[in-house]
Design a protein around this ligand. Structure first.
Ligand SMILES: *Cc1c(COP(=O)(O)O)cnc(C)c1O
Length: 376
């Protein structure tokens, strides 16, 4: 097995106790713990509304529904992301239009590319804050305003990350978060939608639970007796067991992220000597979640990158690739475009281990191993 895994859960007694307490309460589906998590999350992000859901894929789907994105309309999105960022566009019958990333120093969607892809059919932009570093939000929001487009932020990588002092996920119309096991906040499966728009919030809440006007917790607690089905909704509810884990995780989040910030600094210190790697977002000076730590090899190829990963694995270091570009997948061939910057990064990126418990000597070992493997 690996000596140094890519990621490690930061679970402890807090999560265990939270689950036991919820089990003993005998209310295990969506109820008071979900409401508490939503309230805490909204406060943390400084937004008016937060809505807990089963996962971020559901969050992104509901965001598309709530913004009224329809069949045949175009949505501009990145290809260097996880499939869910783009799948949601197709759930509502809309057409994903891939925009390239900025380059090897900035792996987020390019505002200039977005602007060049707008047509009369464009309805929205879905962007993804890679590793928790912000997209060029000033420019993107300005473009969106001029062309009357909605903006969905896939902020899965960036809880508590900031852009000009604003939290990621709170800048566009809707922000979507994931609490999947390997995210900064882990509940196994889980997600959250945030917005400052009351109309969007009401629609999301309705669609989360069958388009139904009341929830079973409200009925059980005597606040409602009847319900109506007013829209074609889904069951995208979170449960109170997961929500109680989420609350424990939120309490630890800021400390966890501070440790990650320090780990990033160590990486940059050791990697500065290697003139064959780009360190994306190197000059970022705002608070960032550091969900992952990506590097991009200079003057490289996919073959060289893959070999380097195998050699790092032999030294007990687990690495990954973020991401295999979506436009190259079989199910996305027909939406493919020429995306030179995305192509280079998807072939030459390596994701190095990142989690709060990593020690400085482990980072030194990873960077020295990288150096030795590169020379081999
Ligand atoms: C994890 C992730 C998702 C999907 O989240 P789930 O909660 O697993 O559905 C979507 N987008 C990005 C960028 C992610 O990292």
């Amino acid at each position: 097995m690996y000596n140094i895994p890519l990621f490690d859960l930061n679970f402890g007694k807090e999560e265990e106790c939270a689950v036991v307490e919820t089990l003993k309460s005998k209310w295990i589906s969506m109820g008071p713990k979900c409401m508490e998590l939503e309230k805490k999350f909204a406060e943390m992000l400084n937004v008016r509304y937060a809505c807990a859901v089963t996962n971020c894929t559901a969050a992104l789907h509901l965001a598309c529904c709530a913004l009224g994105i329809r069949e045949g309309e175009e949505v501009i999105c990145p290809s260097l992301t996880f499939a869910a960022t783009v799948n949601c566009i197709r759930y509502v019958g809309a057409v994903p239009v891939f925009a390239d990333i900025c380059g090897n120093d900035n792996l987020c969607i390019s505002a200039k590319e977005i602007e060049s892809l707008i047509t009369e059919h464009t309805k929205a932009i879905i962007l993804m804050h890679y590793a928790g570093f912000a997209c060029d939000m000033d420019k993107i929001m300005e473009i969106a305003k001029i062309h009357n487009l909605h903006v969905i932020e896939d902020a899965c990588h960036g809880p508590l990350s900031e852009y000009n002092g604003c939290k990621l996920g709170s800048i566009g119309d809707v922000g979507c978060f994931s609490f999947f096991s390997n995210k900064n906040i882990s509940t196994g499966e889980g997600g959250m939608i945030v917005t400052n728009n009351e109309e969007i919030y009401n629609k999301v809440k309705l669609m989360r639970s069958h388009g139904m006007t009341t929830m079973s917790y409200q009925r059980a607690s005597g606040h409602a007796v009847n319900y109506d089905i007013v829209d074609l909704g889904y069951n995208y509810r979170m449960d109170d067991i997961r929500a109680s884990i989420g609350i424990a995780q939120l309490n630890k989040l800021r400390d966890d992220l501070k440790k990650r910030m320090r780990i990033r600094e160590w990486y940059i210190e050791y990697l500065a000597k290697l003139d064959y790697v780009y360190i994306p977002f190197k000059d970022n000076d705002e608070f960032a979640s550091n969900y992952i730590f990506p590097i991009v090899l200079k003057d490289s190829t996919a073959e060289k990158r893959d070999l380097l990963r195998i050699n790092l694995q032999k030294k007990g270091i687990q690495t990954s690739i973020h991401y295999p570009a979506i436009h190259r997948f079989s199910a996305y061939k027909s939406f493919s475009r020429n995306l030179p910057n995305t192509e280079y990064v998807t072939d030459n990126e390596i994701t190095l281990p990142m989690y709060a418990k990593l020690e400085k000597d482990q980072i030194k070992y990873i960077c020295e191993s990288l150096m030795n493997c590169y020379r081999e």
